[in-house]
Design a protein around this ligand. Sequence first.
Ligand code: CA
Length: 431
Amino acid sequence: MSDTANNPNRKSWIPVEKDSDFPIQNIPFGVFLTRDDVITIGTRIGNTAIDLGALHQLGYFNDIPLTDDIFLQDTLNDFISDGKKTWRLVRNRIAKIFDEKNESLKNNKEHRKIVLFTLDEIEMQLPVQIGDYTDFYSSKEHATNVGTMFRDPDNALLPNWLHIPVGYHGRSSTIVPSEIPIRRPMGQTMPAGASEPVFGSSKLVDFELEMAFITTDANLMGEPIPIEEAEEYIFGLVLFNDWSARDIQKWEYVPLGPFLAKNFASSISPWIVTLDALEPFRVESPKQDPEPLPYLKYEGKKSFDIHLEVDLAPENGTPQTITKSNFKYMYWNMAQQLAHHTINGCKVNSGDMMGSGTISGPTPDSYGSMLELTWRGEKPLKMNDGSERKFINDGDTVSMRGYCENDQVRIGFGEVSNKLLPPFNPKKNKK
Ligand code: CA
């Protein structure tokens, strides 16, 4: 079935600013709370949020096979479970309803009042109930930088790295949407030169610039997903900030990998941009040498040209851009990650989330974490207000943005923006 929603010439009767991330060619999916305290599944064109539950009740999706309550839910999991054919039918229909030439909803004032919201009338929620969360480690530049700092510059990549999309299982319980503040975590660290560990708040809180993809029900336990089918099971992507406590991480990560240094918080942009919407922005992935094993070999363009940037804003200060990277730098692509994840028969469900790993580019101004940007704190960043940053301070806000652009259309992700709060204080923070 053709993907008519991507038609770059289509215009909407909903106003869209020139540099908007959300033209009618995007049609992302999210979950929001409305002014009437109703939770619903929706989409967005320009700065207008659209209640898909209400649209469905009013009959605008009538001839598409959907259950009556598919959009009247607090997560997208069931809709994602319906599979790619349904996602396409719905996206194509939304494009048609909001096409400037279509007058049915455009000229129905009563319906418009029920269906459309301004952004200040809604509150974005987590779009899916995340069953399982996996984080990969798929940027060669990032893995090389970290290996150089923490182990050995001559052997920065461990022997498995060029053969396996390395990953680990994280926790989904502390993944939050944009705008939710994050608390500086407490934990155990081994200060430099000390012989005993100490307990206290992390001194080295960091961001990790990542993207995450969200899957549909993909396979039965015991059955791998072949690489050539993998993209069929990817619903879409969000921006992903994998908050990290570097001092806790350094002390705890041997031998089993990250644990409490990572699971205190990760945050995501609330609109899921579908893989379909990203189609025009496919690019080649970096050449892989050595050649991967046959189950990881792929054909065609499996990466996407997504510009990424991170702003840091001190409390009451103005944001400044501290890095610019791109999703296309990833050495291992999403199809390889999903094929590898399931090659042993591991089951993937609707609403699972897979982080890319920190996406660092080749140059120091494209690194995806403070750890790399300041090289472990040795080269602090200069802020516009005269202060310096080695890592994230209490009161700082970290904002990530991502967008694709060609001469016809811009498809963006909006942002994930969260403030870092001081550590939890049991006396002060009593409920
Ligand atoms: Ca990570």
